[in-house]
Design a protein around this ligand. Structure first.
Ligand SMILES: Cc1cc2nc3c(=O)[nH]c(=O)nc-3n(C[C@H](O)[C@H](O)[C@H](O)COP(=O)(O)O)c2cc1C
Length: 167
């Protein structure tokens, strides 16, 4: 099962929290992935996005097999006056996009599709569960798994490149 939510004011949706808490036992029996969508995950505050995802997991007690931080969107056209002003201020502070006459989508959909497909393949193969808390470095020289921000990924890479894929 894939559970996704977004950050608003540094927290994930209350409904998401309730859903995970209410279904902890069922989730523990399934291969699961958590997608945490935020603007911080665009790279403006990647460690902050990770902290919020970690806080959500600590609060719920859920230990998904996979956690992914996903860059979201700035949909100025959908916000009311106050929210637009507030989001513009936040974006300006983070060096982000401030032209409120248009919307910005930062999600790398092809990459997300690959991640989801890799997760589903592993589920089908029965190889999915890995410990999301593990601090696993990518194999040396693996371009696919190298974090563009220079951070060693803390989660086991589920979509290894052809050189790293176990044969
Ligand atoms: C009111 C509001 C508060 C937000 N707060 C945060 C935040 O604290 N941290 C962050 O990284 N992104 C924040 N975002 C960005 C959202 O996570 C991002 O826009 C996401 O794509 C929203 O998805 P949704 O519209 O499906 O909720 C906020 C967005 C809005 C509209």
């Amino acid at each position: 099962m894939i559970v996704a939510g977004s950050l608003h004011g540094g927290r994930h949706q209350r409904r998401l929290l309730r859903f995970v808490r209410d279904n902890l036992v069922a989730l523990a029996r399934l291969p699961t992935a958590f997608l945490s969508v935020s603007l911080s995950a665009t790279g403006s505050d990647f460690p902050g996005a990770r902290r919020c995802a970690d806080a959500f997991l600590a609060e719920t007690g859920w230990r998904p097999d996979v956690v992914r931080l996903v860059a979201g969107a700035l949909m100025y056209s959908r916000y009311g006056i106050f929210k637009r002003w507030m989001m513009r201020r936040i974006a300006a502070k983070a060096g982000g996009d401030t032209d409120t006459s248009r919307d910005y989508e930062y999600t790398d959909w092809p990459a997300l599709r690959r991640e989801v497909e890799a997760f589903l393949l592993l589920v089908v193969d029965g190889r999915a569960p890995v410990d999301a808390r593990e601090d696993v470095r990518p194999p040396a020289g693996c371009a696919r798994t190298r974090d563009p921000r220079g951070e060693a990924p803390r989660l086991r890479e589920l979509d290894p490149c052809s050189r790293c894929r176990p044969r």
